[in-house]
Design a protein around this ligand. Sequence first.
Ligand SMILES: Nc1ncnc2c1ncn2[C@@H]1O[C@H](COP(=O)(O)OP(=O)(O)OP(=O)(O)O)[C@@H](O)[C@H]1O
Length: 454
Amino acid sequence: MHIQRSEEVGVPPGLRTPPRTPPSTPPASPVMPRSATRVRRHSAGDKKIFGIDLYKNVLITNASVRSEGGEKVSGHGASSSGSGAAAKRRNSVFVKRGSVSMEPIKKIDLDDVYTVYKQLGTGRFGFIKLAEHRQSGMKIAIKFFPRPQTKQVDFIREYNYSFFLSPHQNIIDTYEGMYQSSDDSAFFFVQEFCPRASLREAVEATNQTGIGEVKTKQVFTAVMSAIEFMHDENLVHRNLKAENILIFDSNDFSKVKVTDFGLTRKENATVKYLEYTNCYMSPELCETVANEVLTVNKAIDVWALGVIFFYCLKGRFPWQKASIMCKPYWEWEQWLKRKNPTLPKKFNSFSEKGLKLLKKTLTPRVKDRWSAKEVRKCVTKEKLLKPAKAKEENYYIYIDVEPNKKASSDRSGDSNETGDGKQHRKSTVQQWISTTLAAMAEISEQVVSARDDI
Ligand SMILES: Nc1ncnc2c1ncn2[C@@H]1O[C@H](COP(=O)(O)OP(=O)(O)OP(=O)(O)O)[C@@H](O)[C@H]1O
């Protein structure tokens, strides 16, 4: 299936759609991103159009990826088992060979088409370089996937999600075409270049003060539009982080786009967990052991959004890892579970609604997490921080604690800590140590039993 581009409005010369059959000579130019066509922007109606056209293709790709030995996707009934029904389904997939998702990977000599400049970023799976399209002089970003480390199916999947999500105004534009360097060293595809910075760099530039409420609202309006769009289509990004949010203008943050769809999967797909954690990962991800199979859930993205929200406003991360072995996380969890009456100090500057957003995104109970829509409503409509004067006060103390403990917890924000306060703090640390030790013992038991299962 190919989406028609009858009117290629505003396309620079030389950036037209390529012929559907692969040219015998290397393409003279990258081709236009889907968003350069006259595809109307994100609205309820558009989603329907995309839902039929775009995502059928993404599903096809997923199915073809499955049949080539990729991960299993539950919910669509396909498997690589080779049963009669599955074979039939695979056939129907291959009938679609003329579709964009099945187009060939073209081998080109990079230097014939582009002048490649500096590296813009590196990730776990590849690297991005700034380049200039020789024919048009246009600056573009090339995403490289080194071979042989990158499996072809992973490259095709990422290209397809990136390309088909491109029409959304808050998602990076990906130009049509999958390529392979002539020396076989890498696969690559081409994206629009973001000349400014990622959200990570923007926040780091504030020296741990955060980008403030106005810019946070701007960033979240854009990001939530993209994520709501993906979630409505039952796609989960799975790698939301400040590095993957690109800011095109550093002054008012009016153009913000989400990138990196390398881990994007359909909701309910089953994936193997790899031994890797970062500070955006939810506790259910941090708790898994290597090679454990997980079901993809939108709540993974919602947790990461909570971390990004905190990061934007505070200029630092709430914790390194959402595990009770990480004290800052443990303290937050204890407060959420009402086991500790005192809100950790780093959350004091949030307004009642800002704190509610954190409670409803950074909750270990997956079922209690908000939807992307609820996050967007709260961020865009509510006041997120307390007025500057009130920031030092600690309003959020649960009242259902023993009276003698309450006296000390009320004063926990004071620098002149009393004996009671010190005692309380000491017992909190002791409690954390004993919980951590117990959890470590439990986890090592789980690891042993997981190995025994194999
Ligand atoms: N179009 C672009 N323009 C400018 N910079 C970009 C662009 N795309 C990505 N970058 C920068 O390069 C970094 C790495 O890119 P990307 O996240 O796509 O790689 P990755 O290998 O998928 O990384 P990860 O380890 O997160 O999976 C990004 O964090 C971003 O800061």
